[in-house]
Design a protein. Structure first.
Length: 189
């Protein structure tokens, strides 16, 4: 049995075990009234099954999950597996695309990610906050469009459709927020 964490001590970035799952705390709230037990609410990501949810915890204790994370570079896709290489040891690992449902939309050759492991189990990857993507197809801006920030649809190199400002053109590189797939701005390249 590992280190024990009280629910009231859970903070963003910490990982803990509960009901056979590993949870990463994204945010937390703590509410204590004078007559009642403390109520702790945490927004967590289930690292085994994926998905984000709010969990209500009482003053319970949980086992800390020692999740290791190291930087690896995406190399290529081999069938259903994404292959990543450690830049220091040159070790390669394969992660099945089922563990990368959201992340695979943003993974391009040479992208550095954080690979999370619990013991020998690979839990998934953490993407950078933003990635550069190329606009594959979008409609031209109207001739008399002004400086107002009107939006239009664009299809990116990964076939994802997003909203971009109307001044964005085909084959232009833009920054995309990986947490929700929204436009941030133009790249500086």
């Amino acid at each position: 049995m590992g280190e024990i964490i009280h629910a009231k001590d859970l903070r963003p970035g910490m990982t803990y075990l509960s009901d056979g799952n590993i949870y990463l705390v994204l945010e937390n709230t703590f509410n204590k009234t004078s007559m009642a037990k403390a109520v702790i609410k945490v927004r967590v990501k289930n690292l085994r099954r994926g998905g984000v949810s709010w969990e209500t915890l009482s003053e319970d204790k949980y086992e800390k999950a020692d999740v290791l994370s190291n930087t690896m570079t995406f190399s290529y896709v081999d069938g259903q597996n994404y292959v990543f290489m450690d830049d220091v040891t040159y070790e390669t690992i394969e992660i099945n695309e089922s563990k990368l449902e959201w992340e695979k939309k943003f993974i391009t050759e040479g992208l550095q990610v954080r690979v999370q492991k619990y013991g020998d189990e690979i839990l998934g990857v953490t993407l950078p906050e933003s990635v550069a993507m190329t606009v594959k197809e979008t409609e031209d801006a109207p001739k008399n469009s002004g400086a107002t920030a009107r939006m239009k649809k664009a299809i990116l190199q990964n076939d994802m459709e997003i909203e971009v400002p109307e001044f964005i053109k085909n084959n232009e590189k833009i920054l995309i927020r990986t947490s929700d797939g929204t436009y941030i701005g133009r790249t500086k390249e």
